[in-house]
Structures are given as structure tokens and as C-alpha cells.
Design a protein around this ligand. Sequence first.
Ligand SMILES: Cc1cc2nc3c(=O)[nH]c(=O)nc-3n(C[C@H](O)[C@H](O)[C@H](O)COP(=O)(O)OP(=O)(O)OC[C@H]3O[C@@H](n4cnc5c(N)ncnc54)[C@H](O)[C@@H]3O)c2cc1C
Length: 380
Amino acid sequence: MIRSLPFDEGHDIFRTHVRKFLDRECVPHVDQWLADGIVPKEIWYKAGEAGLLCMSQPEEYGGAGGSFLHTTILVEEMADALIEGPGWGLHNDIVAPYIENYGSEDQKQNWLPKMATGELIGAIAMTEPGTGSDLQGIKMTAVKDGNHYVINGQKTFITNGQNANLIIVVAKTDPEMGAKGTSLIVVETDDADGFKRGRNLEKVGCHAQDTSELFFDDVRVPTSNLLGAESGQGFIQLMEQLPQERLLVGVQAVAAAEAALRITAEYVKERKAFGRAIADFQNTRFKLAEVKTKVTAGRMFVDRCIELLLEGNLDVTTGAMVKLWTSEMEFEVMDECLQLFGGYGYMSEYPISRMWAGARVQRIYAGTSEIMKELIGRTI
Ligand SMILES: Cc1cc2nc3c(=O)[nH]c(=O)nc-3n(C[C@H](O)[C@H](O)[C@H](O)COP(=O)(O)OP(=O)(O)OC[C@H]3O[C@@H](n4cnc5c(N)ncnc54)[C@H](O)[C@@H]3O)c2cc1C
């Protein structure tokens, strides 16, 4: 399919560079990462050296001065190489933008260059054991004491939760004020007294990705770690950034579905039943035709949303629609593709099994499908 995105020769060179890096530094280690439930910090440093961290951040803060197109390339190549594990998308395009967009000059100078090298690994901690979709219900507090905030509470399901050492927490700085009393505060966890990580949670899929509980017991951070000029801006900041976060899910969903179509098409041409290749059954051709059509529709929707984002025009509703449609499509595609692998599709050694399990969570995080429908429904 001819793509409408403004990729130029520089992007093509970058794509080749990314692919070489992934083939050399990641592909040989994926099985080990899956067994370990985490990727080593070393791969973060290597990604930093290769210019794959903070690609969209300005060069004056250690970034590469690129755009969401560079993100798109990295996500697409990771999906095509069947790599899972490194939470670079979250680090680059969710955590770093909060600092870039709401951080003071000092905060940007302090944190972004270290995020670009991999010295600081980012996470964002919104969800708590008692609340996920309904973020207004969070219990974590950050109480001012002189020139510090004292943070108390618990977070869960936090991506990069074991490796991260720069965590943006969503906390109530003024509990009486509800959503208007919620703020984003950066916690540098190296040497943070009272901060503890819980288990690296066992999950249905995404086995190479560390996902954790985090505990904060009188953790003191300077008030200068608040993101934004004043407290109480947390919900506005979250709402402003969520369209990009949700589009990132869409980019990942379409890229993964494309990869699934490719490996499934290869498999059904090889595998035989009743004296013919599985690919020769009309059912297989029809199923793959449906898959290809859905993937193409998803690609056009996502690419249009990338254009809107680059123009600064991706709104909350469109961000919700692209997340809803592509994540649901991805899971349908994975399920159809797995079926065409027969029993082998259910075996962990076949990538389609982990792609299927990985697709499942895309309908849950960054706002569930039901919450997306609520957001969209309100605009009708
Ligand atoms: C692998 C993984 C990684 C994650 N990474 C992060 C992370 O890095 N940072 C972070 O903060 N969080 C993270 N999360 C948490 C994720 O964002 C939440 O799980 C998600 O927002 C849902 O919240 P919940 O689990 O509390 O479900 P709940 O909010 O309890 O929802 C349960 C069910 O009720 C439905 N529901 C809730 N409200 C409504 C409503 N108003 N109308 C209709 N249905 C509704 C939901 O759609 C869902 O089906 C991650 C989760 C997973 C599984």
C-alpha cells in the first residue's frame, strides 16, 4: 500500500539503521527476555547510543530532534521483527513528552538528556489497586512539607516498573479538590527512601515487559519535581497527552497485525492437510482476505491520525476512536491468524501465540475499549 505519510530519504535511512540495530541487539535475545520477564538495562544504554531514545525531543535536551514519524518507524520495525520487551514507546512518547511539554527549563535539562542515554528509564504511574478507569478515585497523596512533597500510596500494573528510575506519579496534592487537586510529580527512585517495588507481575502475555506494583511510604521529593507551574493541573495534562498515547497503541496495533498477516501467509503456504497447502482452502483465502482488508483500513486510519498529530490537530475523540478500532481489530486479526496455525498456534514457541496474548492487553491499557466508547459517545 502506498502511504501518505511524509517519509523522506532521511526516514528511510533511519528505518534501515533501526532494523540493523534490532536484528543485531534484540532479535537474538528475545527468548531470554521472555524467560526473564524483563529486558536488561544494558539494552536501554545501547538504544540510547544508537539514537533510539527520546528521538522526538529537541537536540538541546539530548534528543534527536525528530518527530512522531521516527516513533512510528521504531514501533513498526519492532513489530515486524517480532520483538517484545523494551518499553521504549512508553519512555519516548509518553513519559518524555510530559517533561518536554510541562517541565521547567531545569527539569528538562536535568532529566531529558539522561533519558536519551538510557541512564534514566521512564514510567508513568496512574493506576492503583482500587482504581484504573476512574482515575479521579486515586488515593495516592502528595502533601507539601516545606519545600518537599511527601508521597504516600500504592500503584499497580506499571509498565517498566522494575527498570524505571524516573517515575511520573499521579497524586492528589489537594484531596478536597477532587480532579482539580490532582498533580503529576516526578520521582527519581534511585536513593528515594520509602520507595519500594513490588513483584514483577506475571501476565497472560507481554512476558518480556516488566509490569509492577510500586509502594510509596513517606517518599520525599522536592516541590520542584512538580510538572507544571502550579499544582492541580494533572488531569488537564493527562487529557492533553492521551491522544498521542492512544495513537501509539494504534500504531503498534496495525504494525503487529501486519506482521501477523505476513507470518501467517508464510505458514499456510508451507503447512499441508488433505494433500494440499492450507493456503489452498477457500476458507484460508477468505480469512486472509478479511485480515488484509482490516489491516489496510487500520493502516489508513492510523496514518491519517499521525498526520493530524503532526499538524497538532489530533483531538481526544479521534484519539479514542483510533485506539478503540485498531486494538479491537488487532485482536480479531491475531485470533484469526492463530486459528490458521492450528495447534501450533497455541504453542508458546510460535510467535503468533504471544502476539495474540500481547494484543489482548491493547484493549485494556491506555483506557479500556469501554472507556473509549464513553468518550466517543459523549460527542454524538
Ligand atoms: C500490561 C499492563 C500494563 C499497564 N501499564 C500501565 C502503566 O504503565 N501505567 C498505568 O498507570 N497503568 C497501566 N496499566 C493499567 C491500565 O491502564 C488499567 O488496567 C486500565 O486503565 C483499566 O483499569 P482497571 O484495571 O482498574 O479496570 P477497571 O477500571 O476496574 O475496569 C473493569 C471493567 O469495567 C469497565 N468499566 C469501568 N468503568 C466503566 C464505565 N464507566 N462504563 C463501562 N465500563 C466501565 C472497564 O472497561 C473494564 O472492562 C497497565 C495494565 C496492564 C494490564
